[in-house]
Write a protein that binds this ligand. Structure first.
Ligand code: SAM
Ligand code: SF4
Length: 505
């Protein structure tokens, strides 16, 4: 039996602003005979019917991942049920190989910027929930946003942000659009005399109506990211009280459908791991990706897999029975990479530095650094204050310079590339390029050029030295493996060396 959806209850009683937010018609139109695409019964059956898969079958599945084909639910369930440690090692190696085939050895970096922590919802695990009266509430005004960007761009050297918002009338779609405009206007002088700024703003905000999403598209957002938190309906309903906006499972589940219809073709899905059984959640992420592929021809641009972290005055986190240990965390990252081989995978600073260095080789493509999740936290820190408005507690507070250096020592090049969406390589245009490995060529070329920029503008001497060695190897590889791009690459590289900024393929 498929999961039956409570579509007759829209909208539940709410305050004025909240009352008209959920549009039942913008859910119902996507349902399949009243059912959602999350078929809990079949998922559970798949997980039960694939116990102890044999090695030959697993090898065949890995081959399919290496051909950058999305796995079926049955194949994914097989991988999730592997028992032998040796076979897990083999899967981890393959996950790394899949990532290199699609994205080369680059890791894109970004910073989170929290713009407000007022929220009408009451999620049991989140420090921003409305019933948490112990935190200071704040929403940045446009001048305060500008100050944050001056630090992020001018002092740290970021080019790409994920903007994070609570769900609240003061941070509605117009506020979000205004904040993007403000951010785009901030330009900062670099060491070499040019100017630089934020080149891509991704958004992590509540599910919205199609008309609002069209506004965000017009405002020029990058990826629109919403995590389902848990796809398991009974758990979802327990953790998100009825009558709150977030309490509506289907409104959230179908927000990416509305985003595609509104013209946004870069979407990011995710699970907050630690709320329910991790194997079930990985199966649902795959189901979500397949649904988007089938309906729109475009899978998720990114998948996120945050693990539950401690938050101020939030006892739920100590009491959940689904906490994910490090071993299972590695497994779930490995299987997501193998099951949805083309997708970007985001590893955040929620994890400790040590864990991040272990998880990165399993196929991650993006990571944040120098992160601060206090509201106004970047400018505060540079003015010597500690922000006390955090949503949860970060595990890794290494500076961007340190992260760049340490991942360079491990053989990865940090990329500040934001070219893809500016060149129209998004949505259906990019799906074929990712699957065929053609996008990886642009990843490499743009990674080297943007890395050159960053080393010149922001790196410490120690990091610059290590970075130079890596760049020398990368240039040699470009000459050998991408001869058709080499001349143009050398021109862009030399121009960048001479102070030109923002050149890309
Ligand atoms: N309010 C919007 C929403 O809920 O979709 C977007 C912002 S919310 C601040 C971003 C994400 O933070 C949530 O989707 C959730 O997955 C994550 N989060 C919340 N509490 C967390 C915790 N204690 N540890 C780790 N991540 C958490
Ligand atoms: Fe609000 Fe998002 Fe936190 Fe829930 S997770 S309380 S919606 S900020």
């Amino acid at each position: 039996m498929k999961t039956l959806m409570p579509i007759n209850n829209y909208p539940p009683a709410r305050s004025d602003w909240q009352k008209n937010r959920i549009k039942a018609a913008e859910i119902k139109k996507y349902l399949n005979q009243g059912n959602s695409f999350i078929d809990a019964t079949t998922i559970t059956q798949n997980l039960e019917n694939t116990r102890n898969p044999d090695r030959v079958m697993v090898e065949d599945i890995l081959q399919k991942s290496l051909e950058i084909e999305t796995l079926s639910p049955f194949e994914t369930a097989c991988l999730l049920n592997v028992q032998e440690p040796e076979l897990w090692e083999r899967m981890a190696e393959t996950a790394g190989a899949v990532k290199r085939k699609v994205y080369d050895n680059r890791i894109v970096t970004f910073a989170p910027l929290y713009l407000g922590n007022k929220c009408v919802n009451d999620c049991a695990y989140c420090g921003f929930r409305r019933s948490n009266h112990t935190i200071q509430r704040k929403i940045l005004n446009q001048e305060q946003i500008r100050r944050e960007i001056e630090v992020l761009v001018g002092k740290i050297g970021h080019k790409r942000l994920i903007l994070v918002y609570g769900e609240h009338p003061e941070t509605d779609v117009d506020y979000i659009a205004d904040s993007i405009k403000t951010i785009a206007q901030v330009k900062v002088k670099t060491r070499k005399g040019g100017t630089t700024g934020i080149r891509r703003c991704n958004i992590n905000a509540a599910p919205m109506q199609a008309a609002e999403l069209a506004k965000l598209h017009q405002a020029g957002i990058g990826t629109y990211q919403v995590f389902q938190e848990t796809y398991h309906l009974p758990t979802y309903e327990k953790l998100h009280p009825p009558g709150t906006l977030k309490g509506d499972y289907l409104w959230r589940l179908y927000c990416m459908h509305r985003a595609f219809e509104a013209g946004i073709d870069d979407v990011g899905i995710g699970v907050l791991f630690g709320l329910y059984d991790w194997r079930f959640e990985v199966m649902c992420l795959l189901q979500h990706a397949l649904e988007l592929e089938n309906k729109f021809g475009i899978g998720p641009h990114t998948v996120s897999f945050p693990r539950l972290e401690p938050a101020a005055n939030t006892s739920f986190i100590d009491n959940t029975s689904h906490k994910i240990n490090d071993e299972n965390f590695k497994k779930l990252v490995t299987v997501i990479r193998l099951a949805i081989p083309y997708t970007g995978m985001i590893l955040t600073a929620r994890e400790s530095a040590t864990t991040r260095m272990e998880i990165l080789p399993l196929g991650c493509t993006q990571t944040d650094a120098s992160s601060n999740i206090g509201i106004g936290g970047y400018a505060d820190l540079f003015e010597g204050q500690q922000a006390e408005r955090q949503q949860f507690i970060l595990g890794d507070t290494r500076s961007l310079d340190t992260v760049v250096r340490q991942i360079a020592e491990a053989g990865y090049i940090t990329s500040f590339c934001t070219a893809g969406y500016r060149c129209g390589r998004t949505g259906s245009n990019i799906m074929g390029m990712l699957r065929s490995g053609r996008e990886g060529r642009f990843c490499k070329l743009n990674a080297v050029i943007t890395f050159r920029e960053w080393l010149d503008d922001f790196a410490t001497e120690e990091t610059r030295k290590i970075g130079e060695k890596l760049i020398a190897q990368e240039i040699q590889e470009i000459q050998e493996k991408l001869p058709e791009f080499y001349n143009q690459f050398v021109k862009y590289y030399d121009d960048t060396n001479n102070g030109k900024r923002d050149l890309y393929f």
